[in-house]
Design a protein around this ligand. Structure first.
Ligand code: FES
Length: 134
């Protein structure tokens, strides 16, 4: 097992940490970093954003219908900059915890663990969530 303080790029450990992007790439309530993952055996996208100084990541899958949410790749925030909005039917989610706050969403977004360290953002794979290996 890799301790969170020691990020790893191993793809074999279920709880490994994977380098995602420089922390400076994520600005508050701005464009996300979109990345590919394997969730329950299916390749799909995920995204990381910064909100009020803290980075958060979710599977790019709406809780209303299992569709990608961004209205343009990497654009998830609504005009207020305080909610993530699904482009399909307008469900609103809190950036900090993915909880649905309005619209037809049927629960929270699927959260992905992140850590920001030494100027970089890392995401953590889990039993059902794996990196895509080329
Ligand atoms: S698919 Fe997201 S609100 Fe309907």
């Amino acid at each position: 097992m890799t301790h969170p303080a020691e990020p790893s790029t191993s793809v074999t450990e279920p709880d490994a940490w994977h380098r995602l992007c420089p922390g400076s790439q994520l600005q508050n309530s701005a464009e996300a970093c979109v990345f590919d993952v394997i969730y329950d055996g299916q390749t799909c996208t995920a995204f990381a954003v910064r909100y009020q100084g803290v980075v958060h990541a979710y599977l790019n899958r709406c809780s209303h219908v299992a569709m990608e949410m961004d209205w343009r790749e990497g654009h998830f925030f609504d005009l207020t900059g305080h909610y993530l909005v699904c482009a399909s039917h307008g469900a609103l989610f809190r950036p900090g915890d993915g909880v649905c706050m309005g619209g037809p969403g049927r629960g929270p977004l699927i959260k992905i663990q992140l850590q920001e360290r030494d100027g970089w953002v890392f995401w953590q794979s889990q039993y059902r969530l794996r990196p895509v290996v080329f």
